[in-house]
Write a protein that binds this ligand. Structure first.
Ligand code: AGP
Length: 613
């Protein structure tokens, strides 16, 4: 969480840094700040509580044309969102400015040293002490980069940090400590840029290199050097990154979330590029394992957080059904701490659109220590997850800007379907006729997702009727269960309505006590082998005066007159139902949020990438 940007070159840095922050605002948006500095203009610092626009208003007409600068957009961890707690933070003499993403775990102890000497801190953050520590070392005559390495040795935690010294105009140093918070460095013509992720650099350059944990960068307009924690020089590879900048604009849509929901037919079309029905085969780019390694697998563990974990839950069904390998799903944050039993025959599949979610990275490290083969499903080129896993299956959805994930879930589910079919074929556990049927069925999914989007007016109408409720229950069984969880998550995050997602079989074990006329239930009820059970659940809700919004298969009549709202979904193979069924969940949440006037793309308290625990 938090976005950091740096620029040093020959152009005025202010607009470049602010534009970079705009592209990183999805990482945190409770306050923002900028520091500009060069030989002619000294150190200029401005901060503002609230979204980036507040900062832009505040600095309008006053930005010096300095040719170097750093900026920050914040997601508060230590100290409330306020001008004082916004970055950059300075040392008492105003010589050093820092911006930081991540957590300094021992900041109390570090601060105490200065407090004993009567120092005054202006913020409640864990960051400010880093400026104090750096200034202390600079006063002792240390070089800025050496000072940064020294501070990184003292400040425990996982974080990314940029620092500048007003006495060395145009020089920016950067540190990456642990797995939280990436830093990508862009190489331009007579200029260099730094940012938390690629999206902020792309308008300026595609030639980039990524800082690895334990690496430090020394960046000037005309020079770039890298060292490790011991100060030894490192040679870094510079890669040219493809990235669709156009996709990062809203276009005709009112919100990024809506645009990204509408991009899903193309998303699935792309994810199908390895599917061919004759002979039935799925070629998965990025799966690095030999047939012998695949045959030796005894278990699959899927990890992820939030929406990515819900995609993993769908993936578990696919792995067990098509590859017949025992599969389990874990929330990465639980997985990493419970000492999971793993070995070299356990395939770990991590799902993360950002590839920077701190708990998922930690889970992957746990798997690496145990010698597990690993593949990650990721949407961000060069993200840390792609560097831990043995192979990466890219979602290739283009940037997902809205904080609420939509198209990356659809891509993840389909890629897991492809992985399962591939594993099943190699292991000989997948009947070729089933493989052909699934591949052919999958090729119809883009059209079915497109048809699901046509339900939007109906969902907007339902949203209009239900947007004033404060509690919702989402129920599903089998492949509908992850959708119930996802539907509830989407509604919570974008509309701030309390929503619970449950496996429908669990309803009578507690949640049923909540049901009355004030709590509508969304029932995900495709015509599958557990449809009759879902029908009973719907009856039970209605018997307690609860309203029911039912999502059913095309042509289903059994809930007519029973549910208050019946939405028929486009026809699709039952195994692929989640890919189509998730679309109305997204649209319902979106339209309820719009009805309530919520900030759809940047919901309160959230950030797109969660890089702190
Ligand atoms: C989804 O709408 C949420 N914003 C969140 O749950 C997200 O899916 C989760 O933080 C995982 O992110 P990742 O895919 O980047 O790892």
């Amino acid at each position: 969480m938090c976005g950091i940007v740096g620029y040093t070159g020959t152009r005025p840095a202010g607009p470049i840094v602010l534009e970079g922050l705009r592209r990183l605002e999805y990482r945190g948006y409770d306050s923002a700040g900028i520091a500009l500095f060069d030989r002619d203009h000294g150190l200029f610092v401005a901060r503002a509580t609230g979204k980036l626009d507040r900062l832009i208003q505040r600095v309008e007409g006053t930005l010096p044309p300095a040719v170097a600068g750093i900026g920050h957009t914040r997601w508060a961890t230590h100290g409330e969102p306020s001008d004082q707690n916004a970055h950059p933070h300075l040392d008492p003499s105003g010589r050093v400015a820092v911006v930081h993403n991540g957590i300094i775990e021992n900041y109390h102890a570090l601060r105490a040293r200065f407090l004993e000497r009567g120092a005054v801190f202006l913020s409640e953050t864990d960051t400010e002490v880093l400026a104090f520590l750096l200034a202390e070392r600079l006063e002792r005559g240390e070089d800025l980069l050496d000072a940064l390495r020294g501070v990184a040795g003292e400040a425990q935690g996982a974080y990314a940090l940029l620092a500048v010294d007003a006495e060395e105009p145009g020089r920016i140093v950067a540190a990456r400590v642990g797995n939280a918070g990436g830093i990508v460095i862009g190489l331009g013509d007579g200029e260099h840029l730094l940012a938390s992720d690629l999206g902020a650099l792309i308008p300026h350059t595609r030639r980039v290199t990524f800082l690895e944990p334990g690496e430090f960068a020394d960046v000037r307009a005309d020079g770039l050097a890298f060292v490790d924690a011991d100060g030894r020089t490192i040679e870094k590879t510079v890669a040219v990154q493809p990235y669709d900048v156009v996709a990062a604009a809203k276009g005709r849509f009112r919100h990024f979330m809506l645009k990204e929901i509408h991009e899903q037919p193309e998303t699935v079309q792309y994810a199908l590029h390895g599917y061919s029905p004759d002979p039935p085969r799925v070629v998965m780019d990025g799966l690095p394992f030999s047939d012998a390694e695949i045959r030796a697998l005894t278990r699959v563990v899927l990890i992820g957080m939030g929406t990515s974990m819900h995609a993993a839950m769908v993936g578990r069904h696919y792995i067990e059904r098509f590859a017949r390998i025992p599969a389990e799903v874990d929330n990465s944050a639980e997985f990493r701490y419970r000492g999971p039993v793993l070995d070299e025959h356990t395939l770990v599949i991590s799902i993360s659109q950002s590839g920077e979610t701190v708990d998922t990275l930690a889970g992957m490290e746990e798997a690496r220590r145990a010698g597990c083969p690993q593949v990650t499903i990721c949407n961000t080129p060069g993200a840390q997850a792609t560097r831990i896993a043995h192979g990466t299956v890219y979602m290739r959805t283009g940037p997902e800007i809205a904080v609420a994930s939509t198209k990356t879930m659809v891509a993840s589910m389909l890629l897991l379907h492809g992985i399962a079919l591939h594993l099943g074929r190699v292991r000989g556990t997948l009947d070729p006729s089933l493989a052909r049927q699934q591949i052919e069925a999958a090729l119809h999914v883009p059209a079915a997702v497109g048809a699901a989007l046509e339900l939007e007016p109906r969902l907007a109408e339902i949203a209009d009727r239900y947007s004033r409720y404060e509690d919702f229950l989402f129920l599903g069984r089998g492949l509908g269960y992850p959708l119930a969880l996802e539907g509830a998550l989407k509604l919570k995050e974008v509309s701030y309505i309390h929503a619970e997602g449950y496996a429908a079989g669990e309803m009578k074990h507690g949640p049923i006590a909540l049901i009355d006329e004030r709590m509508p239930t969304v029932a995900i009820a495709p015509h599958d082998e557990v449809f009759d059970k879902m029908l009973s659940n719907i009856e039970q809700v209605r018997a307690r005066h609860g309203s029911v919004i039912a999502f059913v298969s095309h042509g289903e009549r059994a809930v007519d007159g029973l549910a208050n709202e019946v939405v028929e979904l486009p026809a699709v193979d039952p195994a692929l139902f989640p890919l189509v069924g998730v679309v109305p969940m997204q649209l319902l949440a979106y339209h309820i949020a719009v009805q309530r006037g919520a900030d759809v793309d940047q919901p309160r308290n959230l950030a797109k990438t969660v890089t702190v625990e």
